[in-house]
Design a protein around this ligand. Sequence first.
Ligand SMILES: *[C@@H]1O[C@H](CO)[C@@H](O)[C@H](O)[C@H]1NC(C)=O
Ligand SMILES: *[C@@H]1O[C@H](CO)[C@@H](O)[C@H](O)[C@H]1NC(C)=O
Ligand SMILES: *[C@@H]1O[C@H](CO)[C@@H](O)[C@H](O)[C@H]1NC(C)=O
Length: 211
Amino acid sequence: MKFQLSTALVGFAATAVLAQDNQSASFTLHVKGTNYNSEIDGYGFSCHAGAAISGLCYAEGQLPNASVISNSYRYNFNYSGFNQVGDDQVGTLVWGQPYTDENGNPASVSQAMSLVYQPTSNVAAPLFGFGQNVLLVGFDAEGGLFGYNYYDDSKFVAGQQPTDYTPKAYYQWAVCWQYFTGYYYQSVAWVQTGAPRNPTCEAVEITKVDI
Ligand SMILES: *[C@@H]1O[C@H](CO)[C@@H](O)[C@H](O)[C@H]1NC(C)=O
Ligand SMILES: *[C@@H]1O[C@H](CO)[C@@H](O)[C@H](O)[C@H]1NC(C)=O
Ligand SMILES: *[C@@H]1O[C@H](CO)[C@@H](O)[C@H](O)[C@H]1NC(C)=O
């Protein structure tokens, strides 16, 4: 038993090393309120939320033109081809966290967006760091960012194993004032289900804008 387990772990580690993600070109994230009277219209950017940790903050207004778009506004999409929703690839939203390497030169480490859940809320905060709760996402044909899942617990029946594992796109983005890792920011949020418990949240759509 012990032997089998360690063999499985070695196999898993080898697979993990071999699985090289394809990475899209850089893009920015346009964030726009979906309520008719919403004034939310701007861009997502990575904001400091601890050592080598960044939130996905909201900045109102237009971006400067491409020659001067700073790293904080640039994101990439990593995908392996393993999951799709219809024709749309599913993968991770990644950001290059800058740091200074051992020779004092500027470097960056690629971090996937994960979610920080609050036990007493239905609003979760995206975070770029080394977290485990990576959110699988994709972009639809219009460039809209969606969250991904392949089962729906609202359809569960007691004692019956679910049979529908159809991959689906979910659009549950908001911009809210959120508190995470000791910082309080107006930032992008993922509303897990229903109306957001946080009263500062406004529903938004997030669209990829190629640079
Ligand atoms: C972008 O901004 C730079 C710096 O302000 C300017 O020199 C350049 O002409 C602008 N490019 C476009 C396409 O507007
Ligand atoms: C990843 O990139 C390689 C090389 O360009 C390509 O052959 C492959 O089809 C890509 N995979 C997906 C899922 O797009
Ligand atoms: C995203 O893909 C690129 C290219 O394969 C890779 O260098 C990078 O480490 C990946 N990022 C993450 C967070 O896995």
